[in-house]
Design a protein around this ligand. Structure first.
Ligand code: UDP
Length: 342
């Protein structure tokens, strides 16, 4: 199958540059599709809708399928002959990864391996991968840059690190070229509110804070107030989803320009505590955040802040929206209009 022409009309084949976006119906993937479209590409969303939303697929064709379905993947590669893969599809909840690690290994590692093998078989050798700072694990008082040893604390981080290893091995053996992005905490939404963050169930801090403000849930629980930080709550480096996906477009161009495999942190270098995020949300929305304090959440690190500017210096990445106020304001705008229907 791989390498043969699919059902796409002849004139489109010459005019369009397809990028296969796994997880394109999810939070980050849908924003990536919007950015790709704006950059002149046609994103093809490949998603099993286990956590994504068909309503979020607005910027190119949708192909429903699972990462572990090799036959389906081969057919999609053959139909579109994508110039590259952007791989977002993954299970991504730390709490769930602690209680159900097998699903993380099967889906994130097994699924990614199947995808990578299908891409190589189809001759699609440029690959942008969504990894995570959770691959670093706990490093007290250490600047987290791309050379920091990776000791993930949970199956989520471990599964992402494993895929990084697979990409390196396939680079050496099959000429696969990859740009790996290790995300810090992604927040915010498309400023036009065409797409946004919507998980079910929701586990991420910013949408939970906005839900609590809006009375959609009783109160936010702060997970741990006894961490070794200024106010006792965990510190994270929040990056705006639009800035994050801009980096992916730059990473794609890096590869299609013929440059080699790279790893980049995507964070701003500034950390905010849970309490600081709550305070800023109160300021932006003009409403107090109902909250209670609770025990630490298993698998959480004290502090995760990027110590690298490689994405800026090497790729020319500029994080223009990644200040807390803009991230929360954009998330709040989306929160008021946005929801997807199953
Ligand atoms: N957090 C919290 N209450 C919640 C959800 C999250 O206190 O209901 C904290 C969590 O412990 C972490 C930070 O907020 O320190 C960011 O968590 P999130 O789940 O958004 O992202 P993660 O850091 O797990 O990628």
């Amino acid at each position: 199958m791989a390498g043969q022409r699919g059902s796409v009309p002849e004139q489109e084949e010459t005019a369009l540059t397809y990028i296969l976006v796994t997880g394109g119906a999810g939070y980050i993937g849908s924003h990536a599709c919007k950015a790709l479209k704006a950059a002149g590409y046609t994103p093809v969303t490949y998603d099993n809708l286990s956590t994504g939303w068909q309503d979020a697929v607005k910027f190119g064709p949708f192909e429903q399928g699972d990462l572990r379905d090799r036959e389906r993947l081969d057919a999609v590669f053959a139909q579109y002959q994508p110039a590259a893969v952007m791989h977002f599809a993954a299970l991504s909840q730390v709490g769930e990864a602690m209680s159900e690690p097998g699903r993380y290994w099967a889906n994130n590692v097994g699924g990614s391996l199947t995808l990578i093998e299908a891409a190589v078989a189809a001759g699609c050798l440029d690959f942008v991968f969504s990894s995570t700072c959770a691959t670093y694990g706990e490093h007290d008082n250490v600047v987290l840059d791309e050379n920091t040893p990776q000791h993930p604390l949970n199956a989520y981080g471990a599964s992402k690190r494993a895929v990084e290893d697979i990409l390196r091995d396939f680079g050496a053996s099959h000429g696969l070229r990859s740009v790996i992005f290790r995300y810090f905490n992604v927040a915010g939404a498309d400023p036009e509110a065409a797409v946004g963050e919507f998980h079910h169930p929701e586990t991420h801090l910013v949408p939970l804070v906005l839900d609590a403000i809006d009375g959609k849930r009783d109160a936010l629980t702060i997970f741990g107030t006894d961490y070794d930080t200024a106010d006792g709550t965990c510190v994270r480096d929040y990056v705006h989803v639009c800035d994050l996906v801009d980096a992916h477009v730059l990473g794609l161009r890096w590869l299609t320009d013929g440059k080699g495999s790279e790893v980049f942190n995507l964070g701003t270098g500034t950390g905010f505590s849970v309490r600081e995020v709550m305070d800023k949300a109160g300021e932006v929305t003009g409403r107090a955040v109902p909250h209670v304090t609770g025990p630490r959440r298993a698998g959480d690190c004290t502090k995760l802040v990027s110590g690298s500017v490689r994405a800026a210096t090497v790729l020319g990445w500029e994080a223009t929206r990644s200040n807390l106020e803009t991230m929360i304001a954009d998330a709040w705008r989306w929160h008021k209009v946005g929801a997807y229907e199953r």
